[in-house]
Write a protein that binds this ligand. Structure first.
Ligand SMILES: *[C@@H]1O[C@H](CO)[C@@H](O)[C@H](O)[C@H]1NC(C)=O
Ligand SMILES: *[C@@H]1O[C@H](CO)[C@@H](O)[C@H](O)[C@H]1NC(C)=O
Ligand SMILES: *[C@@H]1O[C@H](CO)[C@@H](O)[C@H](O)[C@H]1NC(C)=O
Ligand SMILES: *[C@@H]1O[C@H](CO)[C@@H](O)[C@H](O)[C@H]1NC(C)=O
Length: 493
């Protein structure tokens, strides 16, 4: 009797497992729109002391892309993006170039915060039950002061909203990550903390120092893609940004595409270009990763494939960012931090080769154009002083949004956009009504590295007119067509 029952159970478990794999295997690390399930509250968390337990490092590393991080020179820890108490002193948002400049508007594109890996193969192999997606855990509450207030305030708004069906709150998903066990791709407690931290730094800069607006509740506009981790990231960012933030104050508009492209999503030739970029990536994989001792060692020790993308997702996102002891094989040999840094470097190398080609640039220009156009239209309203022009826009999105934006703008940043990355567009006005823009990536001023701002190196500023020209005609010109729509149908690969 017994063996037959357990046999059925095993088959059932296998079926459920296969179903699970089927759902998640499509979404690899560079295409992140996975749906997430949520379970009940519990109390366990792996993240401890995020604020204080960071080691400042000696020895500056040479990045292929931007060289700027004073606080973190290990690429894998840089990617995790542990919030740092001294970080505010090192970021450059809100610094106008001239004393008569007035800040008119800010638009921020973020990648969601830290999440559980998309592929749980390694967790299953190592028999690990991930428990770091619950912001109610006792351990988490001591690590970052604002977290406790955040949970309390959001849950009390949430409960009130449920009692008052006429209230403005129309939530796409639960407001907080509160699962006992994580599912793949769920926002972690660290992810929440990162966004609270980013929002709070932006509050300090734009509200406290620059007084962007008296009534921020009215002048913030927020959009998030339709997954739980971006929605929850947007909420945490808002709570950090706005004093006395409450759920019903600021609606979050849900967008059903990672590129914010709406009716302009269809672009047949972009698919062809993407296939060509993938082919380049495959070549680098064969020439480099298949030959690289570290990549191969990690693959054979853990049996998780030999692509740096999936290895980074499994071990950097899965272990290092969660402060979980790095995995070991059965004979007790363990993955080291140095191994992870080499994986990150290999990934960066692949990106630097495959995202600097003209196919990659064209692909990015085509796919991110609708979002760039939206950003331009919103700036335009502010330059025309429309009374309804909003002052602060938040787009809560993914690496697959941030990456093409960086490539389209020509910013030479080839690292994987780190967790909770933020790309900021600032619009400034001088005393005589001229407008300027500044672009910052993770607190670093990259304005002069943007392709349309470098051409007049003698002009010290990037004007709004340059940005307008780039979006309204420059992109089509770069693509060699009259319009993006025409390029979408005709550009050849
Ligand atoms: C803090 O960092 C040190 C050095 O990396 C590590 O050994 C220790 O386990 C960490 N402590 C916590 C609480 O994460
Ligand atoms: C937003 O609204 C709340 C509640 O009405 C208020 O207390 C707060 O001062 C407002 N914040 C801003 C920045 O306007
Ligand atoms: C593997 O890649 C890393 C990072 O790019 C590099 O430092 C290392 O030398 C490579 N090893 C081999 C054997 O190719
Ligand atoms: C564990 O990893 C080490 C280092 O890569 C390797 O030499 C050893 O053979 C591995 N052990 C097993 C059981 O695979």
């Amino acid at each position: 009797m017994m063996p037959r029952i357990s046999c059925k159970v095993v088959i059932l478990v296998c079926l459920v497992f296969l179903l699970f794999l089927g759902i998640y295997s499509r979404s690899r690390t560079e295409s992140e729109l996975v749906h997430q399930s949520i379970t009940k509250k519990g109390n366990a968390d792996e993240i401890t002391n995020v604020e204080n337990n960071f080691s400042t490092t000696s020895g500056e590393r040479q990045f292929i892309g931007l060289k700027h991080e004073k606080l973190e020179s290990y690429p894998s820890r840089y990617y995790c993006n542990f919030p740092k108490p001294g970080e505010k002193a090192h970021i450059h948002e809100g610094e106008g170039y001239e004393s008569d400049w007035n800040l008119k508007q800010v638009q921020v594109l973020i990648r969601h915060g830290d999440r559980s890996p998309l592929d749980f193969t390694l967790y299953r192999k190592q028999n690990l039950q991930p428990e770091f997606c619950n912001v109610f855990s006792d351990q988490a509450s001591t690590s970052y002061a604002m977290l406790k207030d955040y949970r309390h305030s959001i849950m009390s708004d949430f409960n009130k909203a449920k009692l008052h069906p006429l209230s403005n709150v129309n939530l796409f998903a639960g407001p907080l990550p509160d699962s006992i066990l994580c599912a793949p791709g769920q926002l972690s407690t660290l992810g929440v903390i990162q966004q609270l931290h980013s929002g709070f730094m932006m509050r300090d800069t734009y509200l406290s120092k620059l007084k962007l607006d008296e009534n921020m509740n009215e002048s913030v506009h927020v959009q998030s893609t339709h997954v739980r981790r971006t929605f929850q990231s947007a909420l945490a960012f808002l709570y950090g940004l706005l004093p006395e933030y409450h759920l019903e104050k600021v609606p979050i508009q849900i967008v059903y595409n990672a590129l914010f492209c709406g009716p302009s999503c269809s672009c047949p030739q972009a698919k062809e270009l993407e296939a060509s970029v993938k082919k380049d990536q495959y070549k680098v994989y064969v020439q480099r990763q298949k030959q690289n001792a570290t990549v191969q060692k990690v693959a054979s020790m853990l049996g998780i494939g030999d692509h740096t993308g999936s290895q980074i997702d499994a071990i950097v996102t899965g272990y290092l960012c969660k402060n979980i002891k790095l995995p070991c094989n059965t004979s007790g040999h363990c993955i080291s931090n140095m191994d992870l840094d080499e994986l990150m470097n290999e990934q960066e190398y692949m990106n630097s080769v495959t995202y600097s080609t003209s196919a990659a640039r064209q692909h990015s220009l085509l796919t991110i154009y609708p979002l760039l156009d939206l950003i331009l239209q919103r700036m335009q309203m502010a330059t025309r002083k429309a009374h309804y022009a909003k002052k602060f826009f938040l787009y809560s999105a993914h690496d697959v949004t941030v990456r093409p934006m960086l490539v389209a703008l020509g910013i030479p940043e080839y690292r994987w956009p780190r967790l909770a990355s933020r790309l900021v567009f600032e619009l400034w006005e001088n005393k005589v009504g001229q407008h300027f823009i500044k672009i910052l990536f993770n607190g670093v001023d990259v304005t002069r590295q943007v392709s349309f701002c470098t051409k007049d190196a003698d002009k010290p500023f990037c004007t709004y007119a340059m940005f307008e020209e780039f979006v309204s005609s420059g992109i089509a010109k770069l693509l060699g067509f009259k319009s993006r729509a025409e390029a979408c149908l005709n550009i050849s690969t």
